[in-house]
Write a protein that binds this ligand. Sequence first.
Ligand SMILES: Nc1ncnc2c1ncn2[C@@H]1O[C@H](COP(=O)(O)OP(=O)(O)OP(=O)(O)O)[C@@H](O)[C@H]1O
Ligand SMILES: CC(=O)C(=O)O
Ligand SMILES: [K+]
Ligand SMILES: [Mg+2]
Length: 597
Amino acid sequence: MSQSIQFSTPSRTPHLLNLPHSQFNRPLSSISFRRFPLTTIKYTSIRASSSSPSPSPDLDSSSSSSSSQVLLSPNGTGAVKSDERSVVATAVTTDTAGIEVDTVTEAELKENGFRSTRRTKLICTIGPATCGFDQLEALAVGGMNVARLNMCHGTRDWHRGVIRSVRRLNEEKGFAVAIMMDTEGSEIHMGDLGGESSAKAEDGEIWTFTVRAFDSSRPERTISVSYDGFAEDVRVGDELLVDGGMVRFEVIEKIGPDVKCLCTDPGLLLPRANLTFWRDGSLVRERNAMLPTISSKDWLDIDFGIAEGVDFIAVSFVKSAEVINHLKSYLAARSRGGEIGVIAKIESIDSLTNLEEIILASDGAMVARGDLGAQIPLEQVPAAQQRIVQVCRGLNKPVIVASQLLESMIEYPTPTRAEVADVSEAVRQRSDALMLSGESAMGQFPDKALTVLRTVSLRIERWWREEKRHESVPLQAIGSTFSDKISEEICNSAAKMANNLGVDAVFVYTTSGHMASLVSRCRPDCPIFAFTTTTSVRRRLNLQWGLIPFRLSFSDDMESNLNKTFSLLKSRGMIKSGDLVIAVSDMLQSIQVMNVP
Ligand SMILES: Nc1ncnc2c1ncn2[C@@H]1O[C@H](COP(=O)(O)OP(=O)(O)OP(=O)(O)O)[C@@H](O)[C@H]1O
Ligand SMILES: CC(=O)C(=O)O
Ligand SMILES: [K+]
Ligand SMILES: [Mg+2]
């Protein structure tokens, strides 16, 4: 037997009631107290399993005759293989009546029992170390949820090759890896190093930073700079920081387009590294502020991303919400409506100043600590991270913690203790996702770095869950429409019930993905199985905390959906009879609690 609460919202225009709050000037607040012909709460008992008619006369469409139909998928009949790799090697057939499950998720679920699956999502920047099909497959097997392409590096042809490989992996091997394209932006950066992978600057050396482009090879100790106004803007005595201070120079002389600099902190110069200059202890940014957030090259990259069907575009050096809105309307006009999520990278002082409005306009945010740490003092970065994570969760936007999580693993096979502590902190803050940069793009141990993220995430999540140490963050109300408010209340209640009842899983049936993100926002103790009808929504949900996204064709007949899901998941060994499940749905606004039959 299942127990359910259903909120039947009026689909026809009801008469308006006089309610105390004008913003609630719809028959909403009557829901909890009275029965209206169009707005009711029903406490009904329905049978989760199929065969007999519902005992309750109060039942709506979920008691339809289709309830006795149990649909079986050809996918569901596949034998359970314990070895992760052999599961992955099995191609998953796509059947519109069936269910698409991420093969790695499936293996993880079977191996661990589903309470212990990883909640924190993992992003890998793809570069020369990981662009081959087999290397991408190894990352997908290792738990990569999103592949990031940094348009600062590589040619469009190179990126196209990676995108197609990831798509092929998804199609042939049953993964749901999403693709995030990260724009170059037009902050000041160094040029490439004429084909060299790095150059070493030693203490006391004099280097020339120039706005001249080189025709052939790079002259010794010379670096080109992307910004034409550079030589005019810097002054003798300014401090020049490469990559937020990984290498430091002092400006000692200006000669036309050339700026002579003395190396004061030695280190490795990497191609296209970011440059900032500081005067009297503060960042000089008046001129930077004039540079467009999305450059003409970025617009071409964005067109490329639309054409290749990327899932997310991460915008570098966002300064205000305006640019996000601008890009979103551009995408809405060019791509098939809302199919590409826009992620705001928080990596400048302006983006911190306008944080709330930027996040509100975006579909998610990234704490881009690399450049952020070059714009604000390093000791302020942890507090900024905590604030960004909290604001995102409050506003129900996925948040990524990025840069230098496991920096030493670019060269070494094990992380430092400090790095493990940093990863743990991001997991404890319950950010949606962690990102690898150089570790996976050009490091020597990309798979090992991903394994560290995976094992540390799992361990820290379990620890905090078992100890019940997660502080309960009060979540502000965010819904703007009547129906949004109901969805939000349903998800908040479902998550709370899930924790109080110790259920094994929450099922959420969602067409747009919104309802799934609302459940994820509550960070419940149990895993969240998110069923959605489209492949693209499923991939996008792969960025969000705790969601195990499935593609499934479903109807507005919840009983039939549940029966279909139970039989499919049971036949795959992913759930078993007796498991306690809470189901919510955005078609039929309801909460149902039931044991798997
Ligand atoms: N597509 C690529 N081709 C070649 N090298 C790459 C590529 N992507 C990343 N890298 C290398 O990995 C390093 C780290 O990657 P990351 O994405 O963090 O770049 P970044 O230059 O620091 O810029 P951002 O601030 O946008 O992260 C880069 O400096 C570059 O050397
Ligand atoms: C990821 C990124 O852009 C940064 O950390 O600067
Ligand atoms: K970038
Ligand atoms: Mg950056």
